[in-house]
Design a protein around this ligand. Structure first.
Ligand code: GNR
Ligand code: NI
Length: 181
C-alpha cells in the first residue's frame, strides 16, 4: 500500500526520565511502522543538531537507532545509518577517549573511555542483515546509541560524584522550567 504519512519531530526525553533506564525490546518485524519511526527519529535528530539518536530517547523502548555523523553535509562518503536490533560482535583491545554529550543530558559533557573499534551486526530498513566495522567517532557514537537501548547513559561511565552533580542540575533545571509555566 502507498504510504504518505508525513514525518514528525518527536519529543526528546531527558534524564532522569525512567524510559532512559529501561532495557529496550527487539523489533519483531521490519515493517512500515519501523521505517516511519526511523524517518521520524532522523528528522528529530537533525532538528536537535545531534549526530545520533536511539528510540528510548523519544520515549519508545525498542531497539532502533539512527546515526549521521555529517548532518547537513552532502559529501561523497556521507552515510546515514538506520540500525535495528544491533549486536556488538567484536570490540578492540585498544580503548579511546572522547568527550561525549547527549541530547538526553543537555548542556553536560564528559570524557568517556570505550573500545576504539567495534563490529556491529544489525538489520537495515529493508530487514537485511548487515555488519559494519566502526572506528573513531562512528565507534564512539554507535556504542553510545547501543548503550541507550540497554538503559545506559554516558554519565553511567563516569564517577558517581560527577554523575550525581549532573543529575541534580538537570532535575533543578526541569523544576525551574515547570514552575515557569
Ligand atoms: O549529538 C551527539 N553527539 C555525541 C558526541 C559525542 C559522543 C556521542 C554523541 S551522541 C549525541 C546524540 C545523542 O544523544 N545520541 O544518543
Ligand atoms: Ni545520547
Amino acid at each position: 500500500m502507498l504510504c504518505l504519512t508525513p514525518m514528525a519531530i518527536l519529543t526528546i526525553h531527558t534524564a532522569p526520565d525512567p524510559v532512559l533506564k529501561q532495557k529496550a525490546l527487539p523489533v519483531p518485524a521490519v515493517d512500515d511502522r519501523v521505517r516511519q519511526l526511523l524517518d521520524d527519529m532522523l528528522e528529530t535528530m537533525y532538528a536537535a543538531k545531534g549526530i545520533g539518536l536511539a528510540a528510548p530517547q523519544v520515549g519508545i523502548s525498542e531497539r532502533v537507532l539512527v546515526i549521521d555523523l555529517n548532518p547537513g553535509e552532502d559529501t561523497q562518503d556521507k552515510k546515514i545509518y538506520k540500525i535495528i536490533n544491533p549486536e556488538i560482535t567484536w570490540v578492540s583491545d585498544e580503548d579511546s577517549r572522547y568527550e561525549e554529550g547527549c541530547l538526553s543530558v543537555p548542556t553536560h559533557y564528559a570524557d568517556v573511555v570505550r573500545p576504539a573499534s567495534v563490529k556491529v551486526k544489525y538489520l537495515d530498513e529493508t530487514g537485511a542483515v548487515q555488519e559494519l566495522s566502526a572506528e573513531g567517532l562512528l565507534a564512539t557514537c554507535i556504542q553510545h546509541e547501543i548503550d541507550h537501548l540497554d538503559g545506559i547513559l554516558f554519565i553511567d561511565h563516569i564517577s558517581a560524584l560527577k554523575r550525581n552533580i549532573i543529575l541534580r542540575k538537570l532535575l533543578k533545571t526541569r523544576q525551574n522550567l515547570e514552575s515557569a509555566d
